[in-house]
Design a protein around this ligand. Structure first.
Ligand code: SAM
Length: 219
């Protein structure tokens, strides 16, 4: 249950110096903040790819399963040792993202959020357990800065349609154009960088993406 892992009482209480010791040699050093969140990161493949693509951006995986989180921690530590100076910007935390996003991120802190191959929760009564929902999109719209991007992908058509329609119907998100999708290097990683994406592609499965921008409110 949730009592098995600590939860920071506010974004100010996130322990940056233990997640990113290279960037924060002491607890009170520079105020750089996490900008990318990979929600339900699984084994961490996306983060590992992003870490070198955006070496100056702090990023974190949020994962519910304890053993999987420990695996990702070890994976990152091993990479830090084998390639000195790299992977200092990536970390992982065990948490329930459906409950604790506001404990980790302030308003407009994030520039990218990822939801790659989330659990489908097929039955209608379980739709409330889906990580994309109208209610949770309100929270994500709060945490993502105007102009920031939310990336989703699944191999389950029904879930793909659900995520797309939740985003389409939400007043704070707008779809990227085909040209913008084509120009964004991160979009290409969605289907090939994670362990789940690689499994789907090995099996020749179809995928369904929805990539939306947090709107910039007109003044
Ligand atoms: N994104 C990864 C990938 O593409 O390989 C993992 C996909 S896996 C099917 C879904 C992951 O979401 C699992 O590792 C699961 O433990 C995690 N998860 C499910 N609910 C979660 C929650 N409420 N908070 C954090 N992680 C969650």
């Amino acid at each position: 249950s949730d009592s098995h892992f600590p939860v920071p009482i506010s974004p100010h209480h996130v322990e940056y110096s233990s997640h990113y010791p290279h960037f924060f040699p002491s607890a009170d050093s520079n105020p750089k903040k996490i900008e990318f969140a990979d929600v339900g990161c699984g084994f961490g493949g996306l983060l590992i790819s992003l870490a070198t693509l955006y070496p100056d951006t702090l990023m974190i995986g949020m994962e519910l399963r304890d053993k999987v989180t420990e695996y990702v921690k070890e994976r990152i530590l091993a990479l830090r040792v084998s390639t000195p100076g790299q992977y200092q910007n990536v970390s992982v935390v065990r948490t329930n993202s459906m409950k604790y996003i506001p404990n980790y991120f302030e308003k407009s802190q994030l520039s990218k959020m990822f939801f790659l191959f989330p659990d489908p929760h097929f039955k209608e009564k379980n739709h409330r357990r889906r990580v994309i929902s109208p209610f949770l999109l309100d929270e994500y719209a709060y945490a993502i800065r105007p102009g920031g991007i939310i990336y989703t992908i699944t191999d389950v058509e029904e879930l793909g349609e659900w995520m797309k329609s939740c985003l389409e119907d939400h007043p704070m998100f707008e779809s990227l154009t085909e040209e913008e999708l084509e120009a964004d290097p991160v979009v290409k990683l969605l289907s090939c960088a994670t362990e789940e994406g690689q499994k789907v592609s090995r099996n020749g499965g179809q995928t369904f993406k929805a990539v939306y921008r947090r709107i910039i409110p007109k003044v």
